[in-house]
Design a protein around this ligand. Structure first.
Ligand SMILES: [Zn+2]
Ligand SMILES: [Zn+2]
Length: 337
């Protein structure tokens, strides 16, 4: 029987083990993907460290998958072997629960999460429900496509659904794994793009990524600087500091939105300006496979790309530690064979 290598976690907080397993056959409604690259994301710590109840071990993490369909299960329409595809955080949806029937596929009550509820992309092959698969343009390199399946879709889909229109002031708070993509997407979407980060030294990067304006939140009051521009229609908050989010809320324009995709536990909110200016604070779920597909196509056409540090699959432990250190610039990606 043909075998493959996977990097599995045998129990919460256990080290990665590279083991041989039989290459699985795709069951009904699923496809088998030969993995070419897989991003290493902070959310993989949910599986590695056992942060969600009910995860079944051993489990293979990885939800920033880029690969090629290699076999098709029974009852799958619309996909063929040889297609380049990606799989992201949303691991598929049922299509018949009440949320799915309302078109809210991300909220499916039977929804799956790639690399959490089933084995993900730290592997030479994986099985994915057809509903989780996004078509990938052939001219995107697999290592570049991987992070677009999570950090990319999250910022792209949040911005395109934010209500901002071309020419509006849109600020991206934070210039890390999410933010360095958010600035690129905002600029390519035609927003008057503002980058906000800590320190003067981030300004050249922000400008290179497409920011027209840079605010150093250590030297300047970001809310006051945004108000000088008329206020931001949208501030996309990608940081993990509630304090940094609180410091920009005063720069949101009337009818504007503080749109949250970073995940601190809490933030201080001033409620009177929300009421007086009809302002919103809103979260955004990354998206489903069709949103990933749109992210990949937009990125391929406009030149938006993640900045990556790549590691061969065998060095998965080192790659994971590098990602967890917070020092990677900016995404970490495993490449296969
Ligand atoms: Zn992720
Ligand atoms: Zn459903």
């Amino acid at each position: 029987m043909a075998t493959m290598r996977v990097a599995q976690v045998s129990r919460p907080k256990a080290p990665f083990q590279i083991v041989e397993r039989p290459i699985p056959e795709p069951g009904p409604g699923t496809v088998r993907i030969k993995v070419l690259a897989c991003g290493v994301c902070h959310s993989d710590s949910i599986t590695k460290e056992g942060l969600f109840p009910g995860i079944q071990y051993p489990r293979v993490p990885g939800h920033e998958v880029a690969g090629v369909i290699d076999a098709i299960g029974p009852g799958v329409a619309g996909w063929q072997p040889g297609q380049h595809v990606g799989v992201g955080w949303n691991g598929g949806y049922c299509g018949y629960c009440d949320h799915c029937r309302r078109g809210e596929f991300f909220a499916c009550i039977r929804g799956q999460t790639t690399g959490v509820t089933y084995d993900g992309g730290y592997a030479e092959y994986m099985i994915a429900p057809a509903s989780a698969v996004a078509l990938m343009p052939a001219d995107l390199q697999a290592a570049e496509a991987g992070p677009l399946m999570c950090a990319g879709i999250t910022t792209f889909n949040a911005l395109r659904n934010s209500g901002a229109r071309p020419g509006d002031v849109v600020a991206v708070l934070g210039l890390g794994g999410l933010g360095h993509l958010g600035v690129q997407f905002a600029a390519k979407m035609g927003f008057h793009t503002v980058g906000i980060a800590r320190g003067k030294d981030k300004e050249p990067l922000a400008r290179k990524l497409g920011a027209a304006v840079y605010i150093d939140s250590q030297a300047q009051d970001p809310s006051a600087e945004l108000l000088k521009l008329g206020g931001a229609k949208v501030v996309l908050a990608t940081v993990t500091s509630g304090e940094a989010m609180s410091a920009v809320q005063g720069g949101v324009a009337p009818n504007g939105t503080l749109l949250i995709v970073g995940a601190p536990d809490s933030m201080q909110v001033s409620l009177i300006p929300l009421i007086m200016g009809s302002r919103s604070i809103k979260g955004w779920y990354s998206g489903t496979s069709i949103d990933s597909q749109d992210t990949l196509a937009f990125s391929a056409r406009t030149g938006v790309r993640p900045m990556n540090e790549t590691y061969p699959f065998e060095r998965v432990s080192e790659a994971y530690d590098r990602m967890m250190s917070g020092k990677a610039r900016f995404r970490v990606v495993l490449t296969m064979g």
